[in-house]
Design a protein around this ligand. Sequence first.
Ligand SMILES: [Zn+2]
Length: 215
Amino acid sequence: MSKKSRFKQTRPHRTVFAPETGEAPLYWECPVCGYISGDPQFMDGEHPCPICGATDGERRVYPTERIRRLDARIRRYNAEGDHEIVVILVMALLEAVLEDILDRIMDAQGATLPLRRMVMDTQRAIGTRIGKLFPALAGEEFEEAAAELGYRDFPYRWRQLREARNAFIHDSPFNDARETLQPAMGNDAMELLDQSYKLFVLLNNRFVADGFSED
Ligand SMILES: [Zn+2]
């Protein structure tokens, strides 16, 4: 069992979202239990983590630098009205964020790095990751977890945009491929992007930071 899974949430807490600034939101992560908060006070490490009480260690920035760079590029394309690229890149970003949360849940449940790598290498299809891997780890469907956390429409809208993206990329006479992605889809993708950070922070705090595997 990993160290992370020893911490059990003892007090009710409410996840603090980072303020919206027009760029990737800035969160901090407890290095001991993996809890993530957008509360600026959480950054200094002097305020104890509400889950495990730790004050030690440097609190890491979430999302990672790689995601933040991709986010910045997406916002540039969006400002230029390039909605096709926006949809394609947002889908890529969401898949990276999903991979991250799946890896974090496996880690919290005690999976070793070689095992996590093997699972991610062999389960590459997004549909399998959402439809099989997530429920196997979380004990409930992704749609169910998203709804409970206040994002009921998110899985459906994500799937719709994936289908639009696929039809655009894999132009084929057999699937009613679109000539272009509609501008409204670029806006949809930007909304999903903003929501995705909040949803994934909530998923993290529920399935990673609360000692879920001891339930
Ligand atoms: Zn903690």
